[in-house]
Design a protein around this ligand. Structure first.
Ligand SMILES: [Zn+2]
Length: 101
């Protein structure tokens, strides 16, 4: 059985991830890369509570783009700012915690 490290409850009963989603402040922004290309950077995710690799994989699948995650930051290839906000909301992040710059 999968037990949560934070509260010790089985993962089906654990709400730690939901609490984390409500308490964090996420910033989504587009950054300029070489040759006029843009990437989308997502910052502020609480990596103690949220599996960043898993979230990156989901977003890459949904948006059909490349991307990486490190040091609490997700970087996706291309400008997907508005889609990313929409998809994060669908994944359970409250809209008021997501700021698009
Ligand atoms: Zn928990």
């Amino acid at each position: 059985m999968n037990i949560c490290n934070t509260c010790g409850l089985p993962k089906e009963l654990c709400v730690c991830e939901n609490i984390a989603k409500e308490s964090q402040q996420i910033t989504v922004m587009a950054v300029k890369k070489k040759f006029g290309k843009k990437n989308t950077v997502i910052e502020g995710i609480d990596t103690k509570q949220i599996d960043l690799k898993d979230l990156t994989k989901k977003l890459k699948n949904i948006l059909a783009c490349g991307g990486t995650s490190k040091e609490g930051k997700i970087e996706l290839q291309g400008d997907h700012k508005l889609r990313v906000k929409e998809e994060l909301i669908k994944l359970g992040f409250p809209p008021e915690t997501i700021q698009v710059k």
